[in-house]
Ligand binder design. Structure first.
Ligand SMILES: [Ca+2]
Ligand SMILES: [Ca+2]
Ligand SMILES: [Ca+2]
Length: 279
């Protein structure tokens, strides 16, 4: 072991002798380096000390910066670490919060995995139906059903400028403006679990959609026009009856048929989906 006697000089950082009383937490002598395990100040390298420990740290800006995360890794969208200084709102797949794959804050939208006939116990029951499904799937937020009743979503929903995303992060529309434009970026074709919704079987007279026939369609209860307003009275008696007319959208569609496709007598007795939208 080296001692003061063997090195000859006064105790110092860099003499290769650990002197805690001098505030040293290490001393590797000439091997001390600001890019090594022991710094020139005789301190053990640490994330947050502002020095980059080569081979261990990717960066170190003494905390998060626009180019470095707090954990001394480079900023990457998708690494699970939210760095707001680098422009990240969120990280996809973290904490059940809606987020685009580009780390931009978003709102969830999905097709209910469960189906129900036109009797949801009223519009409020349909909203609860959506909220329960979102909660069970671990999706954060307040959810309402894309249905009309005393006004459509244009009247019922909070108007957001954030992208609406599916559970896998796919953007279907950018903000309310996109959602009510009659043209989606991508079909709303996933449930709250990211699965393909089932088809609806009903007495769809005079209703057609390419690729489907035989009275079985990728249908969703709506009674909502493409701009988010109420579409007539085809709302299964205020979503509280299995009788009367029901109006549907097509979850496979990106044009205005996604919400406004076909109405049918008897549709309210069929078991179908609703779109659920985070507010
Ligand atoms: Ca020393
Ligand atoms: Ca460091
Ligand atoms: Ca990140």
């Amino acid at each position: 072991m080296l001692t003061e006697a063997s090195t000859g000089g006064a105790p110092s950082c860099g003499d290769g002798v650990l002197q805690p009383e001098r505030g040293e937490s290490c001393d590797e002598g000439e091997a001390n380096s600001d890019s090594g395990a022991c710094t020139l100040d005789c301190q053990l390298a640490a994330c947050g000390d502002g020095l980059v420990h080569a081979g261990v740290e990717e960066c170190d800006d003494s905390g998060a910066s626009s180019e470095c995360d707090e954990d001394c890794t480079a900023v990457v969208c998708g690494d699970g670490v939210v760095n707001t200084l680098a422009g990240e709102d969120c990280e996809f797949g973290v904490d059940g919060q809606a987020c685009t794959l580009g780390c931009e804050a978003a709102r969830w939208i999905f097709v209910s995995s469960k189906t129900n006939n036109g009797d949801f116990n009223g519009l409020g029951g349909a909203d609860e139906f959506c909220q329960d499904l979102a909660d069970d799937a671990g999706l954060e937020g307040e959810f309402l059903a894309w249905l009309s009743g005393g006004g459509g979503p244009a009247q019922r929903f909070s108007i957001s400028s954030l992208p609406y995303v599916l559970v896998d992060g796919t953007v279907v529309a950018v903000g309310w403006v996109g959602l009510s434009s009659g043209e989606l970026v991508h079909a709303i074709d996933q449930t709250e679990f990211g699965e393909e919704p089932t088809l609806t079987e009903a007495l769809f007279f005079n209703c057609a959609y390419p690729g489907y026939n035989g009275g079985i369609f990728p249908a969703v209860f709506t009674n909502v026009t493409a701009d988010g307003s109420t579409q007539g009275n085809n709302d299964c008696g205020g979503w509280s009856s299995i009788e009367g007319y029901g109006r549907f959208g097509i979850w496979a569609a990106t044009d205005n048929r996604w919400t406004s496709w076909c109405q049918t007598l008897g549709g309210c007795a069929s078991s179908s989906h609703v779109y659920c939208v985070e507010q």
